[in-house]
Each structure stands twice: as structure tokens, then as C-alpha cells.
Design a protein around this ligand. Sequence first.
Ligand code: TRP
Length: 326
Amino acid sequence: MRAVKTSLTGIKPTNTPHLGNYLGAIRPALELAKQYRSLYFIADYHALTTVRDPEVLRTSVYDVAATWLASGLDPEKTILFRQSAVPEVFELSWTLSCLLATGQLERGHSYKDALAKGDVPNAGIFYYPVLMAADILLYDTHVVPVGKDQKQHLELCRDVAQRANHVFGEGTLVVPEAHIGDAPLVPGTDGEKMSKSRGNGIPLFAPAKKLRKVVMGIKTGSETLEEPKDPEPSTVYQLCRQVSPEAAAEMAEKLRAGNYGWGHAKQALYETLEAELGPKRETYQALRADEAKLDALLEEGAERARVIARETMGRVRRAIGMTRPA
Ligand code: TRP
């Protein structure tokens, strides 16, 4: 058994990450690398449940890889790869599906939501949680950072791992734990939770001018310049605090003192963001312009991921009776 535990982060390549994704998901997921053997993979086969345009799939994978690398992912100390580069995941997902009752998949939130909306979901949407369980179990994962929306998927994953251990022998699979994100909510320009669908996002690697324009458009109170202001309820202050507590402390003091307008606060937030994101944006652009290099980095990661995957599948194959015991 390994002394260092494993964490695994799955990233669906379906939209360009915004500041909310960075603060709420990317930054905390990268923190795990200090403590765990950390794997990060781009879930391109999961994206296939909805993406139909090959060009979109191809470019989104590069967008996401460059975003995570620019955000600080170290491809030497961690393992970054494409889900589709490790075919063992399908061997394991089939095996897991044979241990799952169809009812458990019928109760899946995403599948039920699709039906409720009157969609005719494809079988991939139905099967999605099985593939996700295989993603996790294939790498002997102990810890999976996920948002609340993924909690049910993690429960199914734990269930099926426990069932496999019960049926085929303890130790066949590692039963993982969910780390449900406790990062504070990241407000968007309208003060509501930042989300792509609301159109209130702050772009992560847009040019500085565009970033400034979006920040200047954040909704604020309508106090006069002179009036002292309460920083706590303000979106500008809340965002600043999540990016730089030092800059936020300074902003809070000035707001409380008065003679400091919301325009000033927004300018300060913009400068704080630019200090954090400016250098990353440059790295992003350089990486994104070199798809061959991204392919090479992803392939190096995949080679290391396949070593782990083969070992797990070897164990599973013996456990289920497809090969002779060691
Ligand atoms: N379902 C996850 C999402 O929509 C992406 C994902 C796929 C994932 N496989 C995973 C996350 C395995 C964690 C572990 O965000």
C-alpha cells in the first residue's frame, strides 16, 4: 500500500473557465498536490454526452489544459492527462456496471432532470455515473474534490466500490471520499453566484482592457463619494478578499473611512486581479499557442496514468476470475 494518498480531479472540457471556476475549483484542487499524489484529467469522453462538434471538443481540451497549467499545475509533480488516453477506464466501467442496479442509474439527478425537461437523453447520459466511478476507482483514488452537484455521483462510486469489495474480496478497490468544496461562493458582476449561464462571469484570461471593463461594470451601492461605506456586503470587496486578503483589508479600511468611491474600489480590485492573473495570462497564451506541446504534456501524463491503471485492472481481472490468481 502506498504511504501517500491519491487525489483525483475530473475536469469536463465544456466551457472556458471564469474567475469563479479559478477561485472555487481550480485553485483549491491545485492545493491538493501539496498533500496527495494528484491526478488531473480532462473528461473528454464525458463531454461527448453533449458535444457534437469535433472542433469544439478538440479546442476545449487545449483550453482547459492550458488554463490549469497556467494556473499553476506542475506537470512533473502531478499527473495531467486526457481521459480518453487510458482505455482501461472502459474495462473497469463495464465491470462496475454489472454490479449496479439499473434503478440506481435511473435515480441519477442529471438523467432525471433530462427526462423531466422532456429531453430524450442518450444512453451516455444514463451511463455517465458509471464512467465517472471508473475514472475514480481506476487510480486507487482516496480523495475527490467535487462541487455539491457531484455528490450523488460520488455516493454511487463509493457504493459500487464497496459492492465490488464485498463480492470479489476486500482490497479489490479503494473506496474514495468526496471533498465537497467549502470555498466561499464567488459572486459575479451582478452579485449572484458567478456562472456562465447567468452571463455575470469575470473572464480569467481575457486581455487586461476587457478585464477592466468587466470589473468596472460590477454592481455596487449608490452612496456618494464622501459617505463611509460598509465593505462586507459588497461584491467588489468580497471578490477582492478571495483574491488577496491584504488588498482587501486595505480596501475595507478606505471604504469605511469615506472619501473613497466605488469606482476607486473597482479600480483597486482590477489592479489586484491584474497582479494575480496578468502573469498567468501570458503563460496561458504561450501554452495555448502551442498545441503540439500541450499534446506532448498530456501524453506524458497519460503514460504515467496508464501505469497505475494497468496495475488496478490487473488486480480487478484476477479478483473477478478473468486471470489466474497471482
Ligand atoms: N462529472 C464531473 C463534472 O461534471 C466531471 C468528472 C468526470 C469527474 N469524471 C470525474 C469529476 C471523476 C471527478 C472525478 O464536473
